[in-house]
Write a protein that binds this ligand. Structure first.
Ligand SMILES: Cc1ncc(COP(=O)(O)O)c(C=O)c1O
Length: 414
């Protein structure tokens, strides 16, 4: 028997597996998410479990709500949906829309398509307003669609489309929806705590985020903000939302002063989110936005020195996620596996219209530091010539560091 066979035999024995722990490789995660979680967040999550109806836990919920209000810049309801960002997405669509309702979905990437898939399951009639990947949705097209569909109940547009690396002007789209009597919802999974999100000023009715990106917590919880108007709408709809678990009015009743029992809250995730929000307060929200801007600027300078470009309209490039066009002949899978296997660096692949044509580099939360940019540029400089694309040696890191040299202050992570 070979040593591998005997190892496989032992692995099949559940008693053997139960006594083994498994360590995971140390990675630099520069993909579209998750990003690295702060060690302080991970420590906070290891606190003892207490009940989700314990008054001591309610104090933690209050802390989370007040800090979320400051991140969303809102005086209206904030809370969390227990689940990934997609749970926040589905909670919004299933609570704000009823079977037979009409929704306009602004589509400029993969996650907008996911919203449409969800709407179809809900029996909602969808009107698409499309933009090419790498572009924002034209407000005039939204206005035309609203005029042609005066019975629209909800307009949805994604603030930061991670698949396309695009940031949109949400205030304008939201204003148009309201002018035509529709509610407005947006996705801030990739922008929350990394770029300005102004829930009240932009008159958004529902926004959902993710814990795993600029907030630097593990994946699994979706912080959300809900307007008074949207909550009233959910409470007065003709039919109950099809999902009990994702019913925003029931979740709001638990987070409200009466703490009405709903499902078992993921208490450790809430401890982690609380600590993540404390980190945002310590750094300062605006400084954090600036850190994302500066570090992304350094990456762009380094990529330009390598002769690499982006298909995204320069005016609307997202700081958290840089889409990089692959040079002719460079294979996307080969490049990504060399980065992972030789340098332990994860980057993302292209999705939808960008599949096979780009890589996507995420710089979010704890992962958004200059050292990661330098390591990636250095690795690209080594790998690309092997894949048939010659690059100048020694210039990329220098170009990146030059952009940071004048004012390094905002790039420190607390
Ligand atoms: C813009 C956007 N929306 C929604 C999601 C879905 O979030 P999750 O994977 O946490 O469900 C993602 C995930 O990357 C995203 O980038």
């Amino acid at each position: 028997m070979t040593s591998t066979q005997s190892e496989n035999g032992r692995m099949a024995d559940p008693n053997y597996l139960a006594t083994r722990s498994r360590s995971v490789p140390r990675r630099m995660i520069l993909g579209p998410g998750p990003s690295s979680a702060s060690p302080r967040v991970l420590r906070a999550m290891s606190q003892p479990i207490i009940g989700y109806l314990d008054p001591a836990f309610f104090e933690i919920l209050e802390d989370v709500q007040s800090m979320l209000s400051r991140v969303f810049l809102t005086s209206q309801t904030t809370m969390t949906v227990a689940g990934a960002g997609s749970a926040g997405m589905e909670a919004g669509l299933s609570s704000l829309l009823e079977r037979g309702d009409k929704a306009i979905i602004c589509v400029n990437g993969f996650f907008c398509e996911r919203q449409i898939l969800m709407c179809e399951r809900l029996g909602v009639e969808v009107v698409r307003v499309d933009a090419e990947y790498g572009r924002t949705v034209d407000p005039q097209l939204l206005e035309d669609a609203l005029k042609a569909n005066p019975d629209t109940k909800l307009v949805s547009a994604i603030h930061a489309e991670t698949s396309a690396g695009v940031l949109q002007d949400i205030a304008t789209l939201s204003g148009l929806a309201h002018d035509h009597g529709a509610l407005f919802m947006t996705d801030v999974v990739t922008s929350l705590a990394g770029t300005s999100v102004e829930f009240d000023a932009w008159e958004v009715d529902y926004a959902y985020g993710g814990s795993q990106k600029c907030l630097a917590a593990p994946p699994g919880i979706s912080p959300v903000a809900v307007s008074d108007r949207a909550l009233e709408h959910v409470r007065n709809r003709k039919t109950l939302p099809s999902s009990w678990y994702l019913d925003l009015s029931l979740i709001a009743n638990y987070w409200g002063p009466d703490h009405v029992h709903h499902h078992t809250t993921p208490v450790s995730m809430i401890y982690g989110l609380r600590e993540a929000l404390v980190l945002v307060e310590e750094e300062g929200l605006e400084t954090r936005w600036l850190r994302h801007e500066k570090v992304a600027g350094a990456l762009r300078a380094g990529l330009a020195a390598l002769g690499l470009d982006s298909p995204v309209d320069p005016e609307h490039r997202l700081n958290q996620l840089t889409v990089v066009t692959l040079p002719e002949g460079v294979d996307d899978a080969e490049l990504r596996s060399a980065l992972l296997n030789e340098y332990s660096i994860e980057v993302g692949r292209g999705l939808g219209q960008f599949a096979g044509k780009v890589i996507r580099v995420g710089l979010m939360g704890e992962s958004c530091v200059p050292a990661n940019v330098f390591a990636l540029l250095n690795a690209l400089e080594r790998i690309l010539p092997r894949l048939g694309y010659e690059v100048p040696q020694g210039e990329a890191v220098a170009a990146a560091s030059m952009t940071l040299a004048d004012d390094p202050s905002p790039v420190a992570v607390v």
